[in-house]
Design a protein around this ligand. Structure first.
Ligand code: ADP
Length: 286
């Protein structure tokens, strides 16, 4: 990190920086731990053209989730651009590997977050899923939202990138017909929106935190679908979560359909290794 940025961050923090250590784990940005004599901070730097927007959307999501007082998010200290780089500065959460009790708390607190509702599906701001834009344009019904703002844009992008053929992509009508048979009585719930195991942290003093959200109002099973896609959550988490919401005979089918969105995003971001999983779900339902 260059010295000018260090001076700039010190002036924001009103503390002098004693140490800067690069961290691993982020897919999108470069991450650092910043230490002063009394405190630790977490910094993300990103020079991509849309980085300031990505960070702004992340901050908005962290605030929305944090304000519910159901599950914590790290406190954001600054989000701005300096020289050629966007940066996001927040409190550093000293983390540990989760115990069964931490998983239980995470499950309960996520369920409390999902009880936060809104009139419409979507959000008053668009955001990003990974580095791809994600439209949150409000729709009245979940079928419309999930078709128009989620599946269609990713199917379209996969076609443009020659990762899926026209034949493999279902029509709008076909998608809506299938969803109609599976989506009933769904209420908007505030979602993390990208809940893989790298996007929660358990602090040293046993407090679960959500990080790096793609927040919006949607069906609560979307977050559960993402937790199940790549694993890293255990039965203590699911038992605690399920004690707050009842499953029905279509839950497991919906979960696959929600995983389809994330798999399409992975196909579009990382290429053909995700084709098999995408194709299996497309063939099974559409
Ligand atoms: P990216 O947007 O690049 O994917 P993340 O926000 O997921 O970056 O952060 C990368 C990693 O840094 C996370 O997996 C987590 O381990 C760690 N991390 C993120 N936020 C904090 C924080 N506030 N305090 C401590 N560690 C953090």
């Amino acid at each position: 990190m260059n010295n000018d940025l260090k001076i700039h961050l010190s002036s924001i923090l009103k503390e002098s920086i004693t140490r800067v250590s690069p961290l691993h784990g982020g897919d999108i940005s470069n991450a650092y731990r910043i230490e002063t004599s009394n405190n630790s901070y977490f910094l993300k730097l990103n020079e991509a053209i849309n980085a300031a927007k990505i960070f702004q959307a992340e901050v908005y999501g962290l605030q929305l989730i944090g304000e519910t007082n159901t599950i914590k998010t790290p406190r954001v200290l600054a989000s701005d651009t300096f020289q050629n780089s966007a940066f996001l500065l927040m409190e550093f959460i000293e983390n540990k590997s989760p115990s069964s009790n931490d998983f239980k708390n995470l499950g309960h607190q996520l369920a409390q977050l999902h009880k936060y509702t809104s009139e419409k599906f979507g959000l008053d701001q668009d955001n990003f899923i990974g580095s791809l834009p994600q439209s949150n344009k409000p729709n009245k019904t979940w079928i419309d939202f999930y078709t128009t703002e989620r599946l269609l844009p990713q199917l379209e992008l996969a076609k443009q990138k020659h990762l899926l053929s026209k034949m493999e992509c279902p029509s709008v009508q076909k998608i809506k017909d299938v969803l109609k048979s599976l989506f009933k009585d769904i209420k908007p719930a505030l979602l993390h929106g990208d809940l893989w195991s790298g996007n929660y942290i358990i602090s040293k003093n046993d407090v679960p935190y959500l990080i790096d959200p793609a927040a919006h109002y949607g069906h609560h099973e979307v977050d559960i679908a993402m937790t199940k896609l790549f694993g890293g959550f255990n039965e203590f988490f699911y038992d605690a979560y399920d004690s707050n919401f009842t499953r029905d005979k279509n839950t497991s089918n919906r979960i696959e359909i929600y995983q389809l969105y994330y798999l399409l995003v992975h196909l579009n971001l990382f290429g053909r290794s995700y084709y098999g999983s995408v194709s299996t779900i497309l063939k099974k339902y559409f």
